[in-house]
Write a protein that binds this ligand. Sequence first.
Ligand SMILES: Cc1cc2nc3c(=O)[nH]c(=O)nc-3n(C[C@H](O)[C@H](O)[C@H](O)COP(=O)(O)O)c2cc1C
Length: 219
Amino acid sequence: MAEMGIYEAMSTLRAVRRLRPDPIPDDVMRRVLEAATWAPTGGNRQPWRIVLVKDRAKKTRLGELYSARWSAYVKHYRIAIPASAPADVRARSERTLAAGDYLAAHFGQTPAIAIFCFDPKQMAITDAKQNRPSVVGGGSVYPAVENLLLACRAEGLGCVLTTLLCEDEPEVREMLAIPDGWFTAAAVPIGYPVGRGHGPLIRRALEQLVFTDQWGKAS
Ligand SMILES: Cc1cc2nc3c(=O)[nH]c(=O)nc-3n(C[C@H](O)[C@H](O)[C@H](O)COP(=O)(O)O)c2cc1C
């Protein structure tokens, strides 16, 4: 069983997009999947499931779909990097794009792809009637995703939360025999990292993200 402090795991959980095809031992994979089952959900309904894709032909098809979506996405992403951005920011964006290209080219060769599914009928979506995009339903799925990512981190496995395949949901549902009423929320390719994998994060400072008593007021 992997030993790693929770803060160390959280503060080094990066999107790892360069993954090796080497197999993941069954006991390791089981621990990672079990971590997902511990996540909180609204009313403890647990309205999520994982279809863990290991079949070569299915992974290959998912890789083809992902690659096409990534190519379309990346065109917009490149345009969105302003020429005026500092050199280090531009270099970082280019590194992210290169890693994304790698993932797109190797998506289908990762040893396992966890497709997270959800059933909205089992969710009390308390913001559904607000005049804005609803997010509460995702709160009964993505904590399970995050638990899985953290467990991967602790096990030395690389992984990344991806959502581009949601755009191909009809084909993915058919391929994986996902029943009526269930939909897809994320696809997480999992594998041992090509390089050092996880590491330090770049995030906004706490003071920019957390306020006390009123918006904008520092804690
Ligand atoms: C909701 C969501 C959707 C994402 N979708 C994708 C995706 O489709 N493809 C991808 O390569 N990364 C995807 N990511 C990963 C993010 O790009 C990544 O977490 C973010 O850039 C921070 O990267 P870092 O943790 O390495 O600093 C997604 C992350 C989230 C939270």
